[in-house]
Design a protein around this ligand. Structure first.
Ligand code: PLP
Ligand code: COI
Length: 342
């Protein structure tokens, strides 16, 4: 068991730390069973399980926070349930009902309450729901048995600099996902497909890779494992594409942008349009917004620069502040996004 006194809350990485419990539920004979509370970190698994051979695997990510009013809040967990259901339909796994998903999320947060980082640390408790095909198959077909589990781990910022800018490298050498493939689902295979591009970007000194659409290489897809947005003329612009993950953070930022009086456009964004944005950011659960310093195209030698001094732009800052304040119960949750633990 992790000694809580040894955790340096203010300097937590985005990594795995053991907690006390995870929660599990098995799907057998066409039905979900009872919720099981488990202190074991490993999974007994059949060597012919479909998750190991044929990628029947889906995961989610969400966060819970210790707030200044002393309460614990969890962000838009029903949206994670809905996205995992969409992923299940995408790779022929049974859907975890929203009620079961939310119940398990609440249970696992409560059970590991002592691992919720203090508000002042800026860290949070990351929830990682996981659904895997556990039944054996040798032919390529869906399993008959599945395991759904949620574990939690306290995390710090995804990027070391926190809310500071990062630089991205456009990749044309590798695709993350095809237009009619699995890019819109949260399956592990997409991340395996992106590892080489990420490695090359790191080798060349960039924080992350930047994907264009796989078919024509004309439009913007994603910033590594995050959605892209650009700001210009008081407008929040984000890509419409069949191969990107529908980000819950992005969906929420679009709403906040509207609330703040910005226009919102979701449409294909030609790569050259990058030159016209006043600000740009990557968005996702891990970082909320990770402002982009520059995006470099080393094939055309064009650099799209959004920030020269490493500081985020004013609208990104405003969006970020409103978002975090809602998560921490500092500003009113007018859209009913938060689950509050009493
Ligand atoms: N895109 C990809 C590929 C991701 O893995 C994630 C992370 O979950 C996102 C976007 C951001 O999605 P969300 O805001 O729901 O975390
Ligand atoms: C995010 O939460 O923004 C992510 O991209 C999750 C990542 C660790 C898979």
């Amino acid at each position: 068991m992790e000694k809580i006194d040894n955790i340096d809350w203010a300097n937590l990485p985005f990594g795995y730390i053991s907690t006390d419990y995870n929660v599990r539920c098995y799907y057998r004979n066409g039905a979900w069973g009872e919720i099981e509370v488990c202190s074991e970190e490993t999974i007994p698994l059949h060597m012919a399980a479909t998750c190991l051979h044929y990628g029947q695997e889906a995961f989610e990510g969400q966060k819970a926070f210790r707030c200044p009013d002393g309460k614990i809040r969890m962000f838009r967990i029903e949206e994670n349930a809905a996205r995992m259901q969409s992923t299940s339909r995408g790779i022929l796994m049974p859907e975890v009902p929203t009620e079961l998903f939310v119940e398990m999320a609440k249970r696992v947060v409560k059970l590991n309450e002592r691992f919720l980082p203090p508000y002042e640390s800026g860290a949070s408790l990351y929830l990682r729901p996981l659904l895997i095909g556990t039944g054996p198959q040798v032919g390529v077909r869906p399993a008959e048995e599945y395991l759904f589990l949620i574990f939690v781990t306290p995390v710090g910022p995804y990027f070391k600099g926190g809310f500071a800018t990062n630089n991205y490298l456009i990749t044309r050498e590798f695709d993350r996902a095809a237009p009619l493939g699995t890019g819109c689902f949260k399956v592990g295979g997409n991340y395996a497909a992106g590892m080489r591009a990420n490695h090359v970007a790191h080798e060349k000194g960039y924080a992350c890779e930047f994907y264009l659409d796989a078919k024509e290489k004309k439009y913007i897809d994603e910033c590594g494992a995050a959605n892209f947005f650009g700001i210009k003329n008081n407008t929040y612009v984000t890509p419409a594409s069949s191969s990107i993950l529908p980000s819950i953070t992005n969906k929420s930022l679009m709403q906040i942008a509207e609330d703040l009086g910005l226009k919102v456009e979701r449409r294909p964004i030609p790569v050259e349009e990058l030159a016209t944005f006043e600000e740009a950011g990557a968005c996702g659960t891990a970082a909320v917004i990770s402002p982009i310093g520059k995006i470099v195209d080393d094939e055309t030698n064009i650099e799209y620069v959004f920030s020269k001094d490493g500081r985020p732009g004013p609208i990104s800052e405003q969006l970020y502040t409103r978002f975090r304040n809602i998560q921490y119960g500092i500003e009113p949750d007018t859209h009913g996004w938060m689950t509050v633990f009493e």
